[in-house]
Design a protein around this ligand. Structure first.
Ligand code: SHN
Ligand code: NAI
Length: 163
């Protein structure tokens, strides 16, 4: 993990409507599986580029390109450019290239799962109830803490409703 010095002190907190929007996820491993689960739940159209697909990825609801990533795989979508690109491979060099390619293509939301400093947004830990969406962010600095705080929040909420 980086020292956080190049991460934003005040990222702009929002919730984003991704229904029907195109999300390209490169790498089909464990981390990709978690991010894809969230994207599908939120109604995005998901394309996965990678030679393998983790068993937790729902094959029936993603468009899988069974191949290694190459530059040009993002601009090929024009004019329907991806709204989100996630660089989820275990290769830092490939992830950095994906980020560069997505930037050059004008993709608005870009995340390198291995390097928050190269990301234009961070994912957050989420607790959803019928009425509310609770999110926890450490501004890209301590994902483990975000997860632990989420679990505490969940326990607190369950106590509140007596579940
Ligand atoms: C910057 C960010 C980028 C992004 O992904 O957007 C990022 C980056 C990194 N995560 C790493 C590790 C882990 N991340 C998790 C889990 C989650 N990570 C999530 C978000 C984020 N992770 C973003 C910032 C969040 C914030 O601002 O607080 C959550 C909240 C949301 C989600 O992913 O959906 C989700 C909790 C979901 C939940 O429980 O609800 C676990 C635990 C697990 O897998 O069970 C581990 C294992 C170790 C541990 O526990 O720490 C590493 C080191 C990799 C390595 O070196 O090996 C990096 C890279 C780095 O920091 O350099
Ligand atoms: N942001 C986050 O929440 C977290 C990020 N990480 C980081 O995420 C990265 C990936 O971790 P995991 O998913 O656990 O690894 P993994 O090994 O399960 O998956 C990596 C995937 O990348 C694919 N891949 C490798 N080179 C590729 C290429 N050129 N083109 C397309 N696909 C390619 C592999 O086939 C593999 O399926 C690690 O570098 C780790 O540091 C780890 C934990 C949490």
């Amino acid at each position: 993990m980086g020292d956080g010095s190049s991460l934003p002190e005040h990222p702009y907190p929002v919730t984003v409507d991704v229904r029907g929007r195109l999300a390209v996820v490169v790498g089909g491993g464990a981390v990709a599986a978690r991010k894809i689960g969230t994207l599908l739940r939120c109604g995005a159209r998901v394309v996965v580029i990678g030679p393998e697909l983790d068993a937790r990825i729902d094959r029936n609801h993603v468009d899988w390109w069974e191949k290694l990533y190459k530059s040009g795989d993002i601009s090929v979508f024009a004019p329907d450019m991806p709204f989100i690109v996630l660089a989820c491979t275990d290769d830092d060099g490939v992830n950095a290239r994906i980020v560069d390619d997505a930037r050059a293509a004008g993709v608005p939301l870009i995340n390198n799962v291995g390097d928050p400093a190269q990301s234009s947004f961070f994912n957050v830990a989420v607790v959803e109830t019928e009425e509310c969406l609770f999110t926890v962010s450490t501004r890209g600095r301590d994902p483990g803490m975000a997860r632990r705080l989420k679990q505490r929040l969940l326990r607190w909420l369950q106590g509140e409703v007596g579940a």
